[in-house]
Write a protein that binds this ligand. Structure first.
Ligand code: SF4
Length: 339
């Protein structure tokens, strides 16, 4: 992995933010693209936000991208462009929690702060037979204290890398290599034959289901389409979207219903061309079912409040949620595939 052995705090931070909620295989390419486009934190701090969001497109959890921009500007304005080099200062950066601060502190500056990821939690909960859920506050606190107590303080980076790698390659989630494990003689979970039951996890909250109907209003004579940037307080903040109708169930409006609504909203005649099948985008806590209704209209010249007419030819220059980006790359009702 390109960030292994890295000592530049900026690049360590970048890799940690990208890898939160993202598989290594997917994050790898994004990391390389970010480092190539923004080789230093100063480059990132002055980058146009739309450009950074576009580069982030497809990674999801866009609050990470928002925090990335905010923290880069903090480094420039509050720390004179130099990445902070203490754990306490790192924690002041937007979006940097205990895990990321410990990773930067230990890998870049050799400071003795334990990095506690899922691999470490699993290994320690099995070895010491800790049955507290690892996704509970108490479970995390207990296991983090243990990781910290075990820290080899004069080799913080090596210790953190070793314990994470051991969890990832030996004490694996499924089929851990207990037969080859150097800790097998003292492992409490192995002695109690409970390896497969640990780590314990709290019950997952039920996913919320949402139904989105996007009205893709095109003005063909001008080559424009109506869109807006999403605001705060919901998923996909700052990303672009088409006019959205949301309901608690699938929309069953007829074309005539849809046209009546559009005529009223736009103050001009609109026509429904076609609609796509429903596709579902899975987020951690939500399932979002999306349908696109493609329409055409002649104006109005002044778009409705909050919207812009943007050129259809370069919609792909902007950052969209994955469902809309997928729709944008396809043409016609039959060509639209589920994602
Ligand atoms: S013996 Fe098995 S469960 Fe225990 S630490 Fe080793 S790999 Fe993990």
């Amino acid at each position: 992995m390109p960030w292994k052995g890295e000592t530049d705090p900026y690049k360590i931070w970048l890799s940690e933010v990208i890898l939160q909620q993202t598989q290594v295989a997917q994050g790898w390419a994004y990391y390389l693209r970010f480092v190539a486009q923004y080789p230093t934190v100063q480059h990132l701090a002055i980058a146009p936000h739309g450009e950074v969001y576009k580069l982030w497109e497809g990674l999801g959890y866009y609050s990470r991208c928002k925090n990335l921009l905010a923290a880069a500007q903090q480094v420039t304005k509050e720390f004179g462009g130099v990445f902070p080099n203490t754990y306490a200062q790192l924690l002041q950066l937007k979006g940097v929690g205990a895990y990321t601060a410990a990773a930067i502190a230990s890998f870049a500056f050799g400071l003795p702060h334990a990095v506690v990821d899922g691999n470490v939690l699993r290994l320690l909960s099995r070895f010491f037979y800790i049955t507290l859920p690892i996704d509970s506050t108490e479970g995390k606190q207990v296991l983090t204290s243990m990781a910290q107590a075990l820290m080899v303080t004069n080799q913080a980076a090596a210790y953190n890398q070793a314990i994470m790698d051991f969890g990832a390659t030996v004490c694996k989630p499924k089929q851990p290599l207990c037969g080859e494990c150097v800790f097998s003689h003292n492992c409490q979970a192995l002695a109690k034959q409970t390896v497969q039951l640990l780590p314990a996890k709290a019950k997952k909250a039920a996913k919320k289901t949402r139904w989105f109907c996007y009205l893709v209003v095109r003005w063909p004579a001008k080559g424009l389409v109506l869109a807006r940037q999403r605001g705060p307080g919901d998923v996909w903040e700052n990303l672009w979207e088409y006019a959205l109708l949301e309901d608690a169930a699938a929309f069953d409006w007829t074309d005539a219903d849809m046209e009546a609504y559009l005529n009223q909203w736009l103050g001009t005649q609109a026509r429904v061309l076609y609609r796509t099948p429903v596709a579902t985008q899975q987020l951690t806590h939500q399932s979002i079912h999306c349908r696109f209704v493609v329409c055409e209209a002649k104006g109005p010249k002044k778009p409705p409040l909050g919207f812009e007419w943007i050129p259809m030819a370069n919609v792909e220059d902007r950052a969209w949620p994955r469902s809309i980006a997928s729709f944008n790359t396809q043409t016609g009702p039959q060509a639209f595939t589920l994602f």
